[in-house]
Design a protein. Sequence first.
Length: 86
Amino acid sequence: MSFTVCLTPEEQALLERVSRQSARSQDDLVRQGIRELCQRLLEQTGPTPYETGRDLFGAGHLAEPPTDPAKRQIWEALHAKHGRLG
């Protein structure tokens, strides 16, 4: 895949310098930089909200009806409105 990036003169000079010193192509250095940055950013984001609360969401099955009468009434109304079974 081809991709165009506009670099400042300072960034271009730095890339050329590192490319010469490391005997690696500029393309290789840019690919490695993108890969490392993306991995670092993904690690910083942490788990998704679903992953954080997975144990609270029924882990793949419908939640049990609440035993509290007031909560049970709301639960039944929501299930009737949205056509859910369970």
